[in-house]
Ligand binder design. Structure first.
Ligand code: GDP
Ligand code: MG
Length: 310
């Protein structure tokens, strides 16, 4: 991280003054609690708006976005500092390719994160997706297998494309809560979490609209259809998660390698060898010995001796 160039966070100036004030207030609150740096990890499937969300939160086009899911397999960290506070956001490539977990992308992300501390995970998906399937669970499982269940105490579910008119005349808030519930269920199942394992009972869900056509309020802040100024709301929720008492995740070699199935197997090797010796090799040896004893002379020899008698 030392070699990382940390630029002044100028992007914050691009926000509406009301948004800037709220953000600086929240950073001040973190500073008060002796938190003066924050590392946010952004993960999810491809094309859901991860990179766009990074840019929206930084307030500049720091990472490249693409409508076509050609994100490469590398993670990128954007670091900005402001008033003694450092914000690091790690953008990652989508974890799914051709309907499966992209192991190469996952391994690259792991080695990129080695020796870094993750304060918050933003698990990104789209609000305007109507189905939750096995693939969602697979992505959550891959994240959980890598960082441990504890990562979900430090997670927010981020739903992009939040400026939408729900289908079938559903009220906006009802649509949001239905979509959130089904996604949270997939997260709980994929992470193997029981309800009580998620601190404060549930993972917060926040809404994001990255489009340049996002509506604005009278103070020129970007707002959701329900009137919430979403940038300060996301940062406030991140602050609450951080100050909520759970632990950040330090990514060391042990965490990345996890409970190594090979190592577990190795313990059994002498046992398997011993079992093989006593229950396979020994009985075969014994059987061969009895066979030899029984047929000490070949049968033609026996026949010969017999014929010579006459
Ligand atoms: P990633 O693959 O998850 O990093 O997704 P990108 O950030 O590259 O976004 C994929 C496409 O979705 C791009 O064309 C973005 O412009 C678009 N996009 C991302 N977020 C939003 C959003 O909140 N609203 C709308 N309308 N488009 C978005
Ligand atoms: Mg991207």
């Amino acid at each position: 991280m030392a070699s990382q160039i940390i630029r002044e966070w100028l992007g914050i100036n691009s926000f509406a003054p009301a948004t800037q004030t709220k953000l600086l207030e929240l950073l001040g609150k973190l500073n008060q609690e002796n938190v003066n740096s924050l590392t946010i990890l952004v993960m999810g499937k491809g094309g859901v708006g991860k990179s766009s969300t990074v840019n929206s939160l930084i307030g500049e086009r720091a990472v490249s976005i693409s409508p076509f899911q050609s994100e490469g397999t590398r993670a990128v960290m954007v670091s900005r500092s402001r008033a003694g506070f450092t914000l690091n956001i790690i953008d990652t490539p989508g974890l799914i390719e051709g309907g499966y977990i992209n192991d190469m992308a996952l391994n690259n992300i792991k080695s990129f994160l080695l020796n870094k501390t993750i304060d918050v995970l933003l698990y990104v998906d789209r609000l305007d997706a109507y189905r939750v399937d096995n693939l969602d669970r697979e992505v959550v499982k891959a994240i959980t297998d890598t960082f441990g269940k504890g990562i979900w105490n430090r997670a927010l579910v981020v739903l992009t494309h939040a400026q939408l008119s729900p289908p079938d005349g559903l009220p906006y808030d009802e649509f949001v809560s239905k979509r959130s519930e089904s996604l949270l269920k997939a997260v709980r199942l994929g992470a193997g979490l029981r309800k009580q394992e998620v601190q404060g009972s549930t993972i917060p869900v926040v809404l994001v609209e990255n489009s340049g056509r996002c509506n604005k309020n009278e103070k020129d802040e970007k707002v959701l259809p329900n009137g919430t100024a979403w940038i300060p709301h996301v940062v406030q929720t991140i602050t609450e998660v951080i100050l909520g008492g759970s632990k950040s995740i330090f990514v060391d070699q042990k965490l990345i390698e996890g409970p190594n199935p090979n190592a577990r197997g190795k313990i059994l090797i002498p046992v398997i060898l011993a079992l093989q010796y006593f229950f396979v090799i020994k009985p075969i040896e014994r059987r061969i010995r009895t066979d030899i004893a029984r047929e000490s002379r070949p049968s033609w020899e026996m026949r010969d001796t017999a014929s010579r008698k006459y």
